[in-house]
Design a protein around this ligand. Structure first.
Ligand code: FES
Length: 512
């Protein structure tokens, strides 16, 4: 199974690529076209197909190529935006509604696994959140109280499942874990059995018209009553690109010399926080630890993030082998809650799900429930809470401004402060940089065997300058998270077009 980086995640080797029944369009008319074949798109597709809609899931690469293949698959009813923050910003009633949505999402995962007998290493777990200093403990007190008020089943805990010093801890019951790509591939097979169409290697442009919507795809023109963008962040330039900030998180799956694998899910309260769990895959247990998050393209030497994470893990565990290490992208919403519903600036039958923070597994199913209700019944109890058109200056203003300042700075500041003219000959094997050559910026990468890839570093989405991600060998955009491989091909949206390929002149080549 492939994904959007050169590092291999724990979820890839044990799952073959999905083989679809279709390689071309069997029809040009669908009730619902879902763009994006990750956990959100596939779950939503299955729900809608089962509800009698004729659906197409169109995936630009192969199923689970994006963040679904790089998650650490924690199934939580408590989210990155804690219930205390949600209560402060959105009110008590909305905190309760958020909990209800998260609870319903986890029940849907469990129901799918039970009903369809899906083998995906699922188990119910307890989730521990622990403080390590006085300030965190004050915060934890608030979180405990507001979680209880929101309806969570949460208690104070005497111990935690990881060997990390802590001050106080709370434990949420009814959490879970699973093998995410086994789960999604099984749902995709069920979707096809129910009459749905999965098309991989099918890119989709923006919509035209209204009833029906017209979609240009790489495999032909399609008409649809509804279109859902389950692409992590929608394509085009949209209000939501200024309300979501891209981040990357790092994960390792390690084997231990002893058998001290934690039983349960655990989270510290550092910023960024660390997260722990265990998963057995093909008879082997793995400790999975994540953290070291940063805004996309704000760290160039991304290998350091893996190094720091490894040092952290070795401090607490007798590591036998680092079996897998990978990084993955997520989008932080400006006011703390996901955006699920009508895509701003589009006809009313165009839908979106984005801004899931680090809670993609839970939010994917909240999105499936919300969007299928909106499409089938015309309403959802969650439509107001996650409304992408919401105006909540009080709720998210500080963050919104902060993220936008950053975006604006990237637009103007970084372009002006490009490195001075650089000699192309400086490039070592496996090194990349943006250089100036004859007044033009060029993003260069030299591979181990000396082959040079040259592309225009101006992101095709909204013209920010991409930065090198050395761990995943990709050009990442700091503004809205688009990512490109060394030859300029799009790995991650919202960019639709690849980076312009620059043909190096003989004169430049000679310099090497
Ligand atoms: Fe928007 Fe690059 S992703 S400018």
């Amino acid at each position: 199974m492939k994904r959007d980086g050169i590092q291999t995640s724990l979820w890839q080797p044990s799952v073959p690529d999905f083989t679809s029944r279709y390689t071309s369009l069997p029809s040009n008319r669908f009730d619902v076209v879902i763009v994006g074949g990750g956990i959100t798109g596939v779950t939503t597709g299955l729900m809608l197909q089962k509800a009698g809609k004729n659906c197409l899931i169109a995936e630009k690469h192969s199923l689970c190529f994006g963040t679904t293949g790089g998650t650490t698959a924690h199934l939580n009813t408590f989210l990155d935006t804690d219930y205390h923050t949600v209560k402060e910003k959105f009110g008590e009633e909305n905190a309760q509604r958020l909990h209800m949505a998260a609870e319903q999402a986890l029940q849907l995962i469990k129901k799918n696994i039970d009903t369809y007998d899906i083998e995906c290493g699922y188990s119910e777990q307890e989730g521990y959140l622990f403080s390590q200093d006085e300030k965190q403990t004050d915060q934890l007190n608030n979180i405990y109280q507001s979680s209880t008020n929101a309806g969570c089943n949460v208690e104070w805990a005497n111990g935690i499942p990881v060997p990390v010093a802590f001050d106080k801890a709370i434990v949420y019951s009814g959490q879970g874990q699973f093998h995410p790509t086994q789960y999604v591939m099984a749902l995709a097979r069920l979707f096809e059995e129910a009459g749905g169409v999965v098309l991989q290697n099918c890119s989709v442009g923006t919509t035209k018209g209204e009833a029906p919507l017209q979609l240009e795809t790489s495999l032909g023109l399609i008409e649809a009553e509804h279109v859902i963008y389950a692409t992590h962040i929608p394509p085009g330039i949209n209000l939501l690109h200024f309300r979501c900030a891209p981040y990357r998180s790092y994960a390792m799956a390690v084997t231990l010399q002893d058998d001290k694998y934690p039983v349960g899910l655990a989270y510290d309260m550092q910023n960024p926080y660390h997260y722990f769990r265990t998963q057995e895959v093909s008879g082997q247990k793995y400790l999975i630890v994540g953290g070291e998050d940063h805004k996309t393209a704000h760290v160039t030497h991304t290998e350091d993030c893996f190094r720091n994470l490894e040092v952290y893990i070795r401090k607490y565990y007798n590591v036998d082998k680092i079996a897998y290490q990978w990084s993955s992208q997520y989008f932080e919403p400006a006011d703390g809650l996901a955006y699920i519903g009508h895509l701003p600036g589009n006809p009313k039958n165009v839908w979106v799900a984005t801004g899931f923070s680090g809670n993609g597994m839970t939010y994917s199913h909240i999105a499936a429930i919300t969007l299928s209700d909106l499409i089938v019944k015309g309403e959802s109890v969650y439509s107001e809470l996650f409304n992408p058109n919401r105006v909540k200056p009080a709720a998210g203003f500080a963050n919104f401004v902060k993220e936008n300042v950053d975006v604006v700075k990237e637009f103007i500041g970084k372009r002006l402060s490009q490195e001075k003219l650089q000699s192309l000959a400086d490039l070592a094997p496996d090194e990349a940089k943006v250089v100036k050559y004859e007044g033009e910026s060029i993003a260069l990468y030299k591979n181990e065997s000396g082959q040079i890839y040259a592309v225009n570093p101006v992101c095709t989405h909204a013209k920010c300058i991409v930065d090198w991600n050395s761990a995943e060998k990709s050009w990442d955009c700091p503004c809205h998270g688009a990512r490109y491989d060394v030859s300029g091909q799009v790995l991650t949206g919202p960019a639709h077009k690849g980076l312009e390929v620059i043909v190096l002149s003989e004169a430049v080549k000679e310099k090497h």
